[in-house]
Ligand binder design. Structure first.
Ligand code: ATP
Length: 142
Protein backbone atom coordinates (compact mmCIF):
# COMPACT_ATOMS: atom_id res chain seq x y z
CA UNK A 1 0.00 0.00 0.00
CA UNK A 2 1.25 3.47 -0.87
CA UNK A 3 2.28 5.69 2.01
CA UNK A 4 3.19 9.33 2.30
CA UNK A 5 5.51 11.16 4.66
CA UNK A 6 3.72 13.18 7.33
CA UNK A 7 5.46 15.82 9.41
CA UNK A 8 3.53 17.68 12.09
CA UNK A 9 5.56 20.54 13.51
CA UNK A 10 5.04 23.58 15.70
CA UNK A 11 7.39 26.51 16.21
CA UNK A 12 8.71 24.64 19.25
CA UNK A 13 9.01 21.02 18.22
CA UNK A 14 8.35 18.14 15.88
CA UNK A 15 5.22 16.40 17.11
CA UNK A 16 4.90 13.57 14.59
CA UNK A 17 7.02 12.34 11.71
CA UNK A 18 6.40 9.05 9.94
CA UNK A 19 5.18 7.37 6.76
CA UNK A 20 1.39 7.10 6.92
CA UNK A 21 -1.53 5.75 4.86
CA UNK A 22 -3.97 8.61 5.29
CA UNK A 23 -4.49 11.86 7.17
CA UNK A 24 -7.85 13.41 8.05
CA UNK A 25 -7.48 17.02 9.11
CA UNK A 26 -9.87 19.71 10.42
CA UNK A 27 -9.81 21.93 7.34
CA UNK A 28 -11.40 25.35 7.34
CA UNK A 29 -14.04 24.05 4.89
CA UNK A 30 -14.63 20.74 6.68
CA UNK A 31 -12.88 17.44 7.26
CA UNK A 32 -10.08 16.99 4.76
CA UNK A 33 -8.96 13.45 3.88
CA UNK A 34 -5.53 13.20 2.26
CA UNK A 35 -4.19 10.01 0.72
CA UNK A 36 -0.76 9.43 -0.84
CA UNK A 37 -0.25 11.13 -4.23
CA UNK A 38 -2.75 13.82 -3.38
CA UNK A 39 -2.93 16.82 -5.69
CA UNK A 40 -0.92 19.77 -4.37
CA UNK A 41 -2.91 21.64 -1.75
CA UNK A 42 -2.41 24.24 0.93
CA UNK A 43 -5.11 25.30 3.33
CA UNK A 44 -5.87 26.53 6.83
CA UNK A 45 -6.68 24.20 9.71
CA UNK A 46 -9.13 24.90 12.52
CA UNK A 47 -8.71 23.70 16.10
CA UNK A 48 -9.68 20.03 16.09
CA UNK A 49 -8.53 16.48 15.65
CA UNK A 50 -5.88 15.27 13.25
CA UNK A 51 -6.50 11.59 12.55
CA UNK A 52 -3.56 9.61 11.20
CA UNK A 53 -3.99 6.11 9.74
CA UNK A 54 -0.99 3.84 9.48
CA UNK A 55 -0.95 0.09 8.92
CA UNK A 56 -4.36 -0.55 10.46
CA UNK A 57 -3.64 1.72 13.43
CA UNK A 58 -5.08 5.15 14.13
CA UNK A 59 -3.33 7.99 15.91
CA UNK A 60 -4.99 11.14 17.14
CA UNK A 61 -3.45 14.55 17.61
CA UNK A 62 -5.12 17.67 18.94
CA UNK A 63 -4.33 20.63 16.70
CA UNK A 64 -5.01 24.19 17.73
CA UNK A 65 -5.10 25.51 14.15
CA UNK A 66 -2.43 26.17 11.55
CA UNK A 67 -1.75 25.16 7.96
CA UNK A 68 -1.53 21.94 6.01
CA UNK A 69 0.44 21.50 2.81
CA UNK A 70 0.07 18.37 0.71
CA UNK A 71 2.43 17.46 -2.09
CA UNK A 72 2.53 14.22 -4.09
CA UNK A 73 5.02 12.59 -1.67
CA UNK A 74 4.66 14.60 1.53
CA UNK A 75 2.21 16.20 3.94
CA UNK A 76 3.33 18.97 6.24
CA UNK A 77 1.22 20.33 9.09
CA UNK A 78 2.41 23.59 10.61
CA UNK A 79 0.39 23.85 13.80
CA UNK A 80 0.10 26.66 16.32
CA UNK A 81 0.14 23.91 18.95
CA UNK A 82 -0.30 20.16 18.67
CA UNK A 83 -0.32 17.32 21.16
CA UNK A 84 -0.41 13.58 20.84
CA UNK A 85 -3.32 12.13 22.79
CA UNK A 86 -1.05 10.76 25.51
CA UNK A 87 0.46 14.23 26.03
CA UNK A 88 -2.85 15.95 26.71
CA UNK A 89 -3.32 17.14 30.27
CA UNK A 90 -7.06 16.66 30.73
CA UNK A 91 -7.35 18.75 33.91
CA UNK A 92 -5.58 21.65 32.19
CA UNK A 93 -7.89 21.44 29.16
CA UNK A 94 -10.97 21.30 31.40
CA UNK A 95 -9.73 24.31 33.34
CA UNK A 96 -9.06 26.22 30.07
CA UNK A 97 -12.59 25.32 28.91
CA UNK A 98 -14.10 26.53 32.18
CA UNK A 99 -12.19 29.84 32.01
CA UNK A 100 -13.23 30.44 28.39
CA UNK A 101 -16.89 29.63 29.09
CA UNK A 102 -16.87 31.95 32.10
CA UNK A 103 -15.48 34.76 29.99
CA UNK A 104 -18.03 34.18 27.24
CA UNK A 105 -20.88 34.10 29.78
CA UNK A 106 -19.80 37.46 31.23
CA UNK A 107 -20.64 39.17 27.93
CA UNK A 108 -18.82 42.39 28.81
CA UNK A 109 -20.02 44.99 26.27
CA UNK A 110 -17.28 46.20 23.96
CA UNK A 111 -14.90 43.40 24.89
CA UNK A 112 -13.77 41.24 22.00
CA UNK A 113 -14.85 37.68 22.72
CA UNK A 114 -12.78 36.18 19.89
CA UNK A 115 -9.92 35.22 22.19
CA UNK A 116 -12.23 33.40 24.59
CA UNK A 117 -13.95 31.65 21.68
CA UNK A 118 -10.60 30.52 20.29
CA UNK A 119 -9.48 29.29 23.73
CA UNK A 120 -12.76 27.39 24.07
CA UNK A 121 -12.25 25.72 20.68
CA UNK A 122 -8.69 24.69 21.59
CA UNK A 123 -9.80 23.16 24.87
CA UNK A 124 -12.72 21.34 23.21
CA UNK A 125 -10.37 19.94 20.55
CA UNK A 126 -8.09 18.53 23.27
CA UNK A 127 -10.96 17.01 25.22
CA UNK A 128 -12.49 15.56 22.06
CA UNK A 129 -9.24 13.79 21.16
CA UNK A 130 -8.94 12.34 24.66
CA UNK A 131 -12.54 11.07 24.56
CA UNK A 132 -11.98 9.49 21.15
CA UNK A 133 -9.15 7.44 22.53
CA UNK A 134 -11.20 6.38 25.55
CA UNK A 135 -13.96 5.17 23.22
CA UNK A 136 -11.53 3.18 21.13
CA UNK A 137 -9.63 1.60 24.03
CA UNK A 138 -11.92 1.16 27.01
CA UNK A 139 -10.00 0.84 30.25
CA UNK A 140 -7.07 2.91 29.06
CA UNK A 141 -6.57 5.92 31.30
CA UNK A 142 -5.50 9.13 29.64
P1 ATP B 1 -3.85 27.03 28.50
O1 ATP B 1 -4.77 28.17 28.81
O2 ATP B 1 -4.08 25.84 29.39
O3 ATP B 1 -2.39 27.44 28.38
P2 ATP B 1 -4.10 27.26 25.63
O4 ATP B 1 -5.13 26.71 24.71
O5 ATP B 1 -4.08 28.74 25.78
O6 ATP B 1 -4.29 26.51 27.04
P3 ATP B 1 -1.95 27.01 23.80
O7 ATP B 1 -1.58 28.47 23.69
O8 ATP B 1 -2.77 26.43 22.68
O9 ATP B 1 -2.66 26.75 25.21
O10 ATP B 1 -0.63 26.12 23.97
C1 ATP B 1 0.51 26.55 24.69
C2 ATP B 1 1.39 25.34 24.91
O11 ATP B 1 0.83 24.50 25.91
C3 ATP B 1 1.57 24.46 23.68
O12 ATP B 1 2.87 23.92 23.70
C4 ATP B 1 0.53 23.36 23.86
O13 ATP B 1 0.93 22.16 23.20
C5 ATP B 1 0.52 23.21 25.40
N1 ATP B 1 -0.80 22.85 25.95
C6 ATP B 1 -1.87 23.64 26.09
N2 ATP B 1 -2.88 23.00 26.70
C7 ATP B 1 -2.44 21.73 26.93
C8 ATP B 1 -3.02 20.55 27.53
N3 ATP B 1 -4.27 20.55 28.00
N4 ATP B 1 -2.26 19.45 27.60
C9 ATP B 1 -0.98 19.44 27.14
N5 ATP B 1 -0.38 20.50 26.55
C10 ATP B 1 -1.09 21.64 26.46
Amino acid sequence: MATTRLDVVTAEREVFSDDVDEVIAPGVEGQLGILPHHAPLMTTLLPGELLIKKGGEEFYLAISGGFIEARSDRIIVLADAAERVEEIDVARAEEAKRRAEEKLAEHVPGVDMAQAEAALRRSLARLHVVRRRRRRRPGVQT
